[in-house]
Every structure is written in C-alpha cells, then in structure tokens.
Design a protein around this ligand. Structure first.
Ligand code: NAP
Length: 307
C-alpha cells in the first residue's frame, strides 16, 4: 500500500520576534549615537484608532531610548495652523522625525501636509522627495510597512535576486513602495490591482507573494505556487461568524477577539499554509513590523541629519 504523502505545513514567519530583533538593534544604535533622537507624532482630532496608533508609537520610542512625544491638536485645527505647526517642527533641531497620523479631518489636505514635512525628517517616507529617491533606487527613508515586509522576507533566508515577486495592491503607502523595494533587490516584480486579469494565474507565478488589498480570503491555496513566501499585509476586521469559513478549530479560537470581532488578513491562512513554504500570520506577522521600522527610520534620520 502506498502511503499518502504528509502535508508539509509552511514555516510561520514570526513578525513579533523579527520586530523585537529590530527594536534591539534600534536601542543599540541609540546608545552608540550618544543622544536620544526625537520623534514627534502629530494627531489631529479624536479618531479612536489614531489615538491608539499615536500613543503606541510615542510609547515604543520612549521604551527604546528615543525622545518620543505626541502632539495632539483639536479636530477643528485649520490646514494653515497644522502647516505652521509642521513648519515649527521642521525648524526645531531637537526633532529628528515627524509623522502626521492619517486620516486627517476633512478641512485639511493630507497631501499638502505631507509635502510640508522636511524630507530629512519624513520618517513615514511619504514625501514626494523620498518617494522619488526610493523609485530611483537611492537611499531613502522608505515607508515603514513595506520596509518591514522586506525584513520579514529576508528572515526566511530565501534569495530575492531573480525571484518572481507578485505584489497585490498598488497604494502609495504599501503596494507601490513594496514593488520598488523588491525591484531594488533585483526581484522580477509584477504589481496587481483591481483591474488585473486572471489574478490567480499571476499570483501562481510568484516565488514571493505580498498581499496588500484589504479583502479577506482573496488569496486562496489554489493560487499559490508550492513553496512560495506569502506575506499578508491585509488587516480586515470581520464579524465573528466569519470564523466558520476558516479551516482549523485552532484558528477560530486564536482569532476570536474579546468583542466578538475577528482580525484577518487577505490570505486564506489556514489553507495556504499547506501549500506555501513560508507564511505570515494575522495578527502577529506584518503588523508588529510597522512601528519597529518607524523607530529604525527615526534613528536613520537622526544619523543622516548629523552626518
Ligand atoms: P488601499 O489604498 O485601499 O489599496 C488597496 C489596493 O488593492 C488597490 O491598489 C486596489 O486596486 C487593490 N485591489 C482591490 N481589490 C482588488 C482585487 N479584487 N484584486 C486585486 N487587487 C485589488 O489599501 P492599503 O492602504 O494599501 O492597505 C491594504 C491593506 O493593508 C488593508 O487591509 C490595510 O488595512 C492593510 N495595511 C496594514 C498595515 C500593517 O501595518 N499591517 C499597514 C498598512 C495597510 P486599485 O488601485 O485598482 O483600486
């Protein structure tokens, strides 16, 4: 009798562990610098998610020896007032990194505000100057989430050079910079979006697949090339009944949040795990990397401004 071949599960990429590693590198770099780089996280209004994000960024900065602080402005802040505040932070020599938490209230143009941040202090990497450098393949402050994804891919030890990389999503904050970073490392990059024809066939070419869409279960097991590295950037909060569509009981209990809602990515994790070579979970994959890379960008900005 011929025994069925065992299903070999993908290796799980532990984003929390990689983020901890980066944080310890940042803390060591701060010690070497001999001064505490300054990071200011600006928040306008009372969006509850933004409050949490900004607080966590300032807290993490302090934990690692940076001078992190939050600048909270009222919902009614005018565009002119916010631009003036950004101008003050640009001129303040004790400030190395400035980030303005998005979204902004409707009276303020996010584009104008991002354009006003001094490129040397633009630790989110969203200023057109830094976007331009990134696409030219020159050293730049790269957006934190895609930069974090590169670290996760590197943690697998696979060779990026020459690999087929498929990026699903073409936003300015994830998809496009992701593709630019992979191209810098000599991957053959394909960018997919909502008009891509036969998405499954394109994904199947990928030795590396990065999903950054915002649609649960978009990437299914049949689409993935056996052994591929699958990175799930998606963060989708769905109803608890969604867990009925997951494959394993352990996943259901892992994901069930206290308030009954569930956080899932864009990848059908439980099934893709049986095909991929490496995979990031949600939560615990890309999520923890974003703040860690922000801290690293702040140290880089501080080093470069004083070089
Ligand atoms: P976004 O601006 O909404 O962009 C989504 C992209 O997906 C667009 O380019 C869109 O194409 C494409 N798309 C939509 N439906 C598609 C489909 N059926 N097939 C292929 N492509 C499709 O989103 P984002 O800001 O890049 O974020 C993407 C996801 O990542 C979200 O879930 C977000 O919450 C998450 N995220 C996570 C982190 C983290 O730290 N983990 C950070 C940032 C974002 P078009 O351009 O044609 O419309």
């Amino acid at each position: 009798m011929v025994e069925a071949a065992p299903i070999v599960s993908a290796q799980i990429i532990d984003g929390k562990a990689v983020a901890r590693q980066i944080e310890s590198e940042v803390a060591a770099a701060v010690e070497r610098l001999g001064f505490a780089p300054g990071l200011v996280a600006v928040r306008v209004g009372n969006d509850p998610a933004s409050e949490v994000y900004v607080r966590n960024k300032a807290k993490k900065a302090q934990e690692l020896g940076l001078r992190g602080r939050e600048l909270a402005l009222p919902e009614s802040t005018s565009e002119a007032d916010l631009l003036a505040e950004v101008g003050r932070l640009n001129r303040d020599d004790s400030v190395d990194g400035i980030l303005v938490q998005l979204p902004l209230p409707k009276q303020i143009s996010a584009q104008k505000v991002i354009d006003a941040i001094a490129p040397a202090k633009d630790v989110d990497g969203f200023h057109p100057f830094n976007v331009g450098l990134l696409h030219l393949g020159r050293p730049a402050l790269a957006p934190c989430t895609p930069a974090g994804v590169m670290r996760l891919i590197d943690s697998t030890g696979i060779r990026i050079e020459g690999a087929n990389a498929v990026v699903i999503g073409r936003s300015d904050i994830v998809g496009k910079p992701m593709a630019a970073l992979l191209l810098q490392r000599h991957a053959t990059v394909t960018i997919c979006h909502s008009r891509t024809r036969d998405l499954a066939a394109v994904i199947h070419q990928g030795d590396i697949v990065v999903a950054a869409v915002g649609k649960p279960l978009l990437v299914t097991a049949g689409m993935v090339k056996p052994g591929a590295v699958v990175i799930d950037v998606g963060m989708n909060r769905v109803d608890a009944s969604f867990t009925d569509r997951l494959a394993h009981d352990s996943d259901k209990s892992r994901l069930l949040a206290k308030n009954g809602s569930v956080l899932v990515g864009d990848v059908d994790y439980a099934r893709v795990r049986d095909v991929a070579g490496w995979i990031t979970p949600v939560p615990g994959g890309v999520g923890p990397m974003t703040i860690a890379m922000l801290m690293q960008n702040t140290v880089t900005a501080a080093e470069r401004r004083r070089a």
